[in-house]
Design a binder for this molecule. Structure first.
Ligand SMILES: [Fe+2]
Ligand SMILES: [Fe+2]
Length: 272
């Protein structure tokens, strides 16, 4: 994967914040406050993100209804002014995000006690304050500068998939009080990881071709880092606040040892 010096700088700036987000999950897995209930809560909140989109789409439509309506509107124009591959992209995005919803909802429901209701998209429509704050920040950036705000939103989508990679790693933890939950979470995360790595790459691809000016790169970096800080707060609240005190400050200040961006994997995926 060939990247410009500007893009590499953006990735380097993001890397400690991606690591900060990963720190939330790593701390949570062994947290003494973790329980079946807290697992069900974060899984339900993840389902909310997979349907309603945290600022990736208008709040009332989310990432199911938004693309579904786009597809209906696109049908009369396919190959009559609207490229078929652009339409396929929308359909694939809808399929992927709904598959993610299903994966996490299945894990959530599998952890239910008899009589506890199954999850549904409408029950999780209202997110939590920190997730709403992230959506609002993304909308504000898109309002301030539609092109760069959209780019920053796509660049920060999924937070380098650390929830999914850290969740997949739970596969190895087959004993202890959370063994069954760990297996369910690992399975759900494995179903999502490759898709989300691709979504993140989509946010990166074409950035170099945009021909951004030095000032635009600076604005993009500022927006991306603000969103990544918002993501850490969103994740920490999603999981009930496992990071606190100095550990949280360190993550929000971008002082975690940076995660290393896998340029090889990115290149292989892009070439495929
Ligand atoms: Fe997703
Ligand atoms: Fe996604």
């Amino acid at each position: 994967m060939t990247v410009s010096a500007n893009l590499r700088k953006l990735i380097d700036a993001a890397a400690p914040y991606w690591a900060g987000e990963a720190e939330v999950f790593r701390t949570y897995w062994d947290w003494k406050a973790r329980s079946r209930e807290t697992d069900r809560l974060w899984l339900a909140r993840q389902c909310s993100k997979e349907v309603w989109g945290s600022g990736l789409a208008p709040l009332d439509k989310g990432i199911f209804l938004g693309p579904a309506e786009e597809l209906v509107a696109a049908f009369p124009r396919i190959d009559l002014g609207l490229d078929r591959h652009a339409v396929l992209d929308i359909a694939e995005g809808l399929r992927a995000e709904f598959a993610h919803y299903c994966a996490f909802a299945d894990a959530h429901d599998a952890l239910a006690l008899p009589g506890e209701p199954k999850l549904n998209p409408h029950a999780v429509k209202t997110g939590w304050p920190e997730d709403l704050a992230l959506s609002e920040l993304r909308f504000a950036h898109k309002k301030e500068n539609p092109k760069l705000g959209e780019r920053a939103t796509r660049f920060t989508e999924g937070g380098y998939c650390t929830l999914f990679s850290e969740g997949m790693a739970l596969k190895r933890r087959r004993s202890g009080p959370h063994a069954r939950a760990n297996a369910l979470i690992a399975q759900a995360c494995a179903q999502v990881y490759e898709d989300e790595f691709g979504h993140m790459l989509k946010g990166i691809v074409g950035l170099d071709a945009e021909g951004l000016t030095a000032a635009e790169w600076k604005t993009l970096e500022r927006m991306a880092l603000e969103q990544l800080r918002g993501r850490i707060k969103m994740r920490n609240a999603q999981f009930g606040g496992p990071l606190a005190g100095q550990a949280l400050t360190r993550a929000l200040d971008g002082r975690c040892p940076p995660l290393s961006f896998d340029y090889r994997k990115a290149g292989t995926r892009l070439a495929a």
